[in-house]
Design a protein around this ligand. Structure first.
Ligand code: GLU
Length: 502
């Protein structure tokens, strides 16, 4: 019988959630949902020195914003809990001890000072095959000495004993056959002096305990694979190993190396899903959400970083992604991040989204500017008129403010010079002729026939009319704007502008 699909996203709660992390969560989620499986959020918080207050809640909130909802998590619980590794601490030691008893690991009593001294003495010092017999550990000390040190509670770690001259290999779902030479891997710490497991021991123990069937994680974890494979084998779980896929890196826009937060700061775009405030420094780094991305667009663009469905299709809803996702179509090569393309996705998503579904967020954007929009019907009309012009949700305010408040200033250089008493006369006549219930085409018709009567070209009058209503040279069709504003407001704006244009 096929094993039930159970996958996990296993972040360490240490700060802002990088878009690569969200993509890892997304691919896990898509795979789980595609195969009627379970998507688990497991918090890997065993490194107490890197603990950051609020980071776990922040990660949960980023996932919720994206619509990536776990089936089991620290918050929701589940059959395989706890889902926070720090709460599983008592369970790991027995594995470390089993490995020691079977000769696959050993106690190491070297103090931080002794290790520092070694590092100074030997450049690129690695604790491993070449050096371990010169260190203070249960391989070099007598059994009695070790027992005495343990009885005294002497601080110690447990290290894996990497075997000599072995080739450890596995088949990666994306990369195919991958192999490692054990001589090149050092004796990683499995259990730390504070009794907490390191990532290596905890990840293997929990993937087994939580019956994880498939693991999708970033390519940066590939070098850890031989350690994890050996731990599975040494703990006697060999055959039940989950299947692994190491996802391609997300690269800087120029393709030179992994995209980091610093690249985002340097090039002026976010790399975090949501804004993150460092509780120590108080510094806030803006996220995609706060910059004005729709979660649908964010998820869509992340899915396309390293995956496609084999056609030219680029716009996918989350259910469509679930339907189309296949690990065979994830590429090995790193995916360049292009912020202009990211904005294109958002633009497409804004266009696709019905005004009703944008209303709440547009009102929020205005509220942040200190403006309360009360007339939903009117706001919906405005959204429909301008949404094609917005790349970011934050563009809504700049693109539509004139619908809610008359221009405070005009782009006078755009009208001055070409302005004439004849044009002023035309606009006075137009203003006087405006009647209720004229549609946008009727307003235009009237404008054109009146221009002809005044021997003026409508083309020369459109720009001043736009500046009168909008203040600047932007926006949708000017008669659509006039129609939305209504007769009274249009009249008011024409007469205020006439005074300003003189
Ligand atoms: N805790 C690791 C991280 O922070 C998880 C790596 C894995 O998925 O094995 O990404």
């Amino acid at each position: 019988m096929e094993k039930k699909v159970r996958v996990r996203f296993a972040p360490s709660p240490t700060g802002g959630l990088h878009l690569g992390g969200v993509r890892t969560a997304l691919f896990n989620y898509l795979f789980a949902k595609k195969h009627n499986g379970t998507f688990i959020l497991r918090v890997e918080d065993t490194d107490q020195t890197r603990f950051v207050a609020g980071a776990e809640e922040y990660i949960a909130s980023c996932l919720a914003w994206c619509g990536i909802h776990p089936d089991e998590s620290p918050e929701l619980g589940g059959e395989f809990g706890p889902y926070r590794q720090s709460e599983r601490k008592p369970g790991y030691r027995k594995y470390a001890e089993q490995l020691i008893a079977d000769g696959y690991a050993y106690y190491a009593f070297d103090t931080p000072e002794e290790l520092d001294a070694k590092r100074k003495e030997i450049p690129n010092f690695l604790y491993g095959q070449a050096s371990r017999m010169g260190m203070r550990n249960s391989l070099t000390l007598s059994e009695a000495e070790v027992a005495a040190l343990l009885a005294q509670n002497m601080p110690h770690v447990v290290r894996i004993k990497m075997p000599e001259d072995e080739n450890v290999s596995f088949v990666d779902m994306i990369r195919g056959h991958v192999s490692f030479d054990t001589n090149l891997v050092d004796d990683k710490v499995l259990l730390k002096a504070d009794g907490m497991p390191t990532y290596h021991l905890a990840v293997v123990a929990d993937d087994r305990a939580m019956q994880i069937s498939h693991i999708f994680r970033g390519e940066e974890w590939l070098p850890s694979a031989p350690i994890h494979i050996l731990l599975w084998r040494y703990l006697g779980w060999g055959d039940e190993m989950p299947k692994w896929a190491h996802l391609p890196l997300i690269l800087k826009p120029d393709g030179n190396g992994k995209l980091s937060k610093r690249d985002g700061d340097r090039l002026g775009f976010p790399v975090y899903a949501q804004s993150w405030t460092d509780p120590k420094t108080g510094d806030t780094t803006k996220g995609f959400r706060e910059l004005g991305f729709m979660p649908e667009a964010f998820v869509n663009l992340l899915a396309m970083l390293g995956w496609n469905d084999g056609t030219d299709k680029e716009i996918f809803t989350l259910p469509e992604l679930i339907e189309s996702f296949s690990i065979e179509r994830v590429s090995k090569a790193g995916a360049k991040f292009d912020f202009e393309k990211a904005k294109w996705y958002n633009h497409e998503w804004i266009k696709l989204t019905a005004a009703e579904n944008l209303l709440a967020v547009v009102k929020e954007e205005y509220a942040a500017e200190g403006m309360v929009l009360n007339d939903d019907n009117y706001t919906l009309k405005v959204i429909d008129l301008i949404k094609d012009r917005c790349n970011l949700l934050t563009d809504f305010v700049t693109q539509s403010k004139y619908f809610f408040t008359a221009p405070a200033e005009y782009d006078l250089p755009a009208v001055k010079g070409k302005w004439s008493p004849e044009k002023a006369t035309f606009f006075t006549a137009y203003l006087n002729g405006l009647e209720d219930n004229q549609s946008a085409p009727e307003l235009e018709e009237k404008f054109k026939s009146l221009a002809a009567e005044h021997n003026l070209k409508p083309g020369e009058l459109m720009l001043p009319f736009r500046i009168m209503l909008v203040g600047g040279k932007f926006g949708p069709g000017v008669f659509d704007i006039a129609f939305a504003l209504g007769v009274a407001e249009t009249k008011k704006r024409i007469s205020s502008a006439l005074a300003a244009f003189e």
